[in-house]
Write a protein that binds this ligand. Structure first.
Ligand code: B12
Ligand code: SF4
Ligand code: SF4
Length: 353
């Protein structure tokens, strides 16, 4: 069958450079956009070494598809280009109410998989309509794709010693997402935004659990973000006190970073409209009776990722760390909980008062 494209459309495809893509995607309110070739990157021995050391903890999915993570073609056969977008989630701090556990900034509002995923999905549909015959596959976080590597390739920033991608204007307070496409977007001459950490080691010295074992190397098994979210088992006893008031996730290695000092606040309604907000009442969490109730309370929030028993486990640890004496009766009740993980963390907390 003859091509759907007339000459004008064919040349439009060739002409779609970064400025065209940025203006086409303007309605979706991404904060910044980069373009790279969807090329296979040379295998990075750092990743396999990282896994060999067990630094991925129980995130066994990271053991799989190590090579695919650097091969967009494995996600979309015929892939030629990749549009990498950033969505700022920064909001200034506000003080934590008494008896509350701290929620990491990325989780104050709606789950970013939905917030950013919906934008990328709508943008991909619009691109499909504009370029019939071309294919587009969007992704946020969950796909086997080394998002930070492609963000670097797209000229969006550099990897800091805290492991995060740092952008000249938005620091590291943003989510990454991608649209992989068969469309051959115009070659970009990357503007260089090459800034580096220099002698700074503030993130390493500030990490309470010493999860940043050396510059650019994280032991996820010690990272509070892993321990309070991804980890479905007990929190190792020697790390519990170091978690401090972190109920869900951790922002410390970003808060101290000089590149994060003058970041504009997000304009994204999904993030400004708080579901969890900066803190959650420990009393409320310790009183949630079941997974079903938990799902109702945290519908649409990233906090769901910790599951009910995970969030209650975290609440027990934080209650002890911030010495919430008024929670002792609830912790006593929880120390008899049929779920061993809850009972054990509540008993540990009681011993700490
Ligand atoms: C697993 C995971 C975690 C794990 C492991 C963290 C880690 N640093 O790898 C845990 C649960 C601990 C975690 C925590 C957090 N995460 Co996380 N996480 C992921 C996920 C799903 C995979 C990352 C992965 O594969 N890691 C393994 C490493 C070895 O592989 P890699 O990412 O390909 O990294 C390579 C590149 O960086 C490459 N590279 C490219 N250029 C350069 C340059 C240099 C100099 C070097 C050394 C390396 C390098 O080499 C690296 C390997 O060494 C990504 C999403 C994704 N699909 O990529 C989000 C992602 C990295 N997380 C994100 C966020 C927001 C967080 C938290 C801030 C959440 C929070 N507040 O609690 C913390 C930050 C902790 C930290 N300091 O890293 C964002 C980061 C955005 C950004 N600005 O960089 C991502 C990209 C999700 C998203 N779509 O926005 N996360
Ligand atoms: S998120 Fe927290 S625990 Fe994890 S590396 Fe950064 S400072 Fe350390
Ligand atoms: S705190 Fe310092 S060392 Fe760490 S990422 Fe920021 S600039 Fe780099």
């Amino acid at each position: 069958m003859a091509s759907n494209f007339g000459n004008a459309e064919k040349s439009e495809r060739k002409l779609m450079n970064k400025a065209d893509v940025v203006s086409f995607l303007y309605p979706y309110s991404f904060d910044f956009i980069g373009i790279s070739k969807a090329k296979t990157l040379p295998e990075n021995p750092r990743v396999q070494n990282w896994i060999n050391k067990g630094y991925h903890a129980d995130m066994l999915y990271l053991e799989k598809n190590v090579d695919k993570r650097l091969c967009p073609e494995s996600l979309l056969p015929g892939a030629k280009s990749m549009v990498v977008v950033g969505l700022n989630y920064y909001q200034p701090s506000c003080c934590l109410e008494k008896g509350h556990g701290r929620v990491s900034r990325y989780a104050w509002g709606r789950d970013y998989h939905k917030a950013l995923g919906n934008k990328l999905k709508a943008a991909s549909i619009a691109l499909e309509q504009k370029f019939p015959g071309e294919r587009f596959r969007w992704s946020v976080d969950a796909t086997p794709l080394s998002e930070r590597s492609y963000a670097v390739l797209s000229g969006l920033g550099f990897i800091g010693k805290n492991n995060l991608l740092i952008h000249k204007e938005y620091g590291s307070w943003f989510f990454l997402g991608e649209i992989i496409t068969t469309l051959d977007l115009a070659e970009e001459t990357q503007e260089s935004i090459h800034k580096e950490c220099g002698e700074c080691t503030l993130c390493l010295s500030s990490c309470p659990t010493k999860a940043l074992v050396r510059p650019w190397e994280i032991n996820a098994a010690r990272c509070i973000s892993y321990l309070t979210i991804e980890n479905k088992g007990p929190i190792p006893e020697e790390l519990r006190e170091k978690i401090g008031d972190c109920l869900f996730g951790c922002d410390i290695c970003q808060i101290v970073c000089p590149y994060n000092k003058k970041v504009p606040a997000t304009k994204e309604p999904d993030f400004l409209h708080h579901k969890a907000g900066p803190g959650q009442s420990l009393e409320k969490i310790l009183q949630i009776p079941s997974e079903e109730e938990f799902i109702k309370i945290y519908a649409g929030s990233p906090l769901q990722r910790a599951r009910w028993h995970g969030l209650v486990r975290n609440a027990c640890v934080v209650a002890a760390n911030i010495k919430s004496l008024d929670l002792i009766p609830l912790l006593q009740k929880k120390s008899q909980d049929p779920y061993p993980i809850i009972a054990e963390h509540a008993s540990w907390a009681l011993k700490k008062f």
